[in-house]
Write a protein that binds this ligand. Structure first.
Ligand code: PLP
Length: 375
């Protein structure tokens, strides 16, 4: 039986090519860490991580212990860094499973000391995002932090493998990004001058990786760009890097009908027909991640033509106007097209509902079938 439900088609070949292009772009002295948190931005963390391993990328970042364990239990043989906060119990499990944990505060460090077991760690410094990490917003914060870092580095238990920071505005604000980067670089210099040269330093997310080569350091942490989506409008001029969207998203036409003038469509009667209209019902709704703000707004591709969502998107269903399109039962309706079509991209969907590509991807529901291909 053919599957006709909501479906994301995930092209692992494109994912692997994106990673290879990024690795090529950053060069052999910089590792690429595949960020696979939030189920690999909705793409499916285990499949994505396995694909990364196939092209020699074996560093992974996740947000929680639970996400790390999903990879471990699937037999992913890589270096997994947990970016988020862990309780003492979670730190213990992470240590036993040889996961890398983030130390963002002295509290976490003390927990590791108390556990008295060796745990590989990366120290997180906050250079301006004011989220996780040791406060390091200004150069004169460095001496204090050097002192606590030295203590951590000399611990028998918290084995410090890396030190990292995260940019707040690398997609949009060059100057602030450079302020963050310069503080981090100075900190790195001082740690190195203490003879601690084996610790790896990393700071670049997708935007910084693409735009600011100087931020690559020992490793880049790429999420969005590895899935072929840019964190800004266009690739800046002069940058020789081609990335292709990995995911496409479709549903099927499950009923077709004709409406007369002055009929209403959907909950709340938000759409009224101005003339005779042919509509098609699609078996996908906001439970699948088609945001309700796309009501009377979103676009889909049916048989090579663009159709508009009319009426409200409901939980399991939405309705499109196919008056000018030849359609039959079970024809496919693409919300995100596999071809590079601007208005049928995750980026365009995000812009229509005033959010970012990240959120559109993360909201793809669990009910959406993920089908993996290698095109
Ligand atoms: C999510 C995340 C990344 C990846 O960001 P992208 O913009 O998707 O590349 C990198 N580092 C940290 C700390 C993150 O939380």
């Amino acid at each position: 039986m053919n599957y006709i439900g909501p479906e994301a088609i995930i092209d692992l070949g494109k994912y692997k090519n994106n990673l290879l292009s990024i690795q090529d772009y950053v060069g052999v002295h910089t590792k690429v860490m595949a960020v696979v948190k939030a189920n690999a931005y909705g793409h499916g963390a285990v499949y994505i991580a396995k694909a990364a391993l196939q092209v020699g990328i074996n560093h992974f970042a996740v947000a929680t212990l639970y996400e790390a364990m999903e990879l471990v239990n699937a037999g992913i043989d890589g270096i997994i860094l947990i970016l988020g906060h862990l309780t003492s119990d979670e730190l213990k499990i992470a240590g036993e499973k040889h996961l890398r944990v983030t130390i963002s505060s002295m509290e976490t460090f003390e927990m590791i000391q108390e556990l008295g077991i060796k745990i590989s760690t990366h120290i997180k410094v906050d250079t301006g995002l004011s989220r996780y990490g040791f406060y390091l917003h200004r150069l004169n914060d460095i001496p204090n932090l050097i002192e606590s870092c030295t203590r951590m580095i000399h611990s028998k238990f918290a084995i410090v493998e890396g030190i990292y920071t995260h940019f707040s505005s690398s997609d949009s604000d060059y100057e602030f990004t450079m302020d963050q980067f310069n503080i981090f670089s100075e900190f790195k210099k001082q740690i190195h001058s203490l003879g601690e040269t084996s610790i790896m330093f990393h700071c670049a997310n997708s935007a910084a990786t693409i735009k600011y080569k100087q931020t690559h350091l020992d490793m880049v942490r790429v999420g969005l760009s590895s899935f072929g989506i840019l964190p800004f409008e266009d690739m800046p001029p002069g940058i020789d890097l081609t990335l292709n969207p990995v995911l496409s998203l479709k549903s099927s036409i499950t009923q077709i009908k004709n409406l007369l003038q002055d009929d209403f469509v959907g909950y709340g009667r938000t759409y009224k027909t101005k003339h005779k209209v042919k509509i098609a019902i699609l078996n996908i709704g906001y439970a699948d991640g088609i945001n309700r703000l796309l009501s009377n707004h979103g676009l889909v591709l049916v048989n090579g033509k663009i159709a508009k969502i009319i009426g409200r998107v409901s939980m399991d269903v939405c309705t499109i106007d196919v008056t000018d399109i030849d359609v039959s039962l079970y024809d496919e309706a693409y919300f995100v097209s596999p071809n590079k079509t601007d208005v049928l991209s995750v980026k365009h969907m995000a812009s229509l509902i005033n959010t970012i590509e990240y959120e559109v991807l993360c909201n793809l529901g669990t009910r959406i079938k993920r089908t993996y291909i290698s095109g």
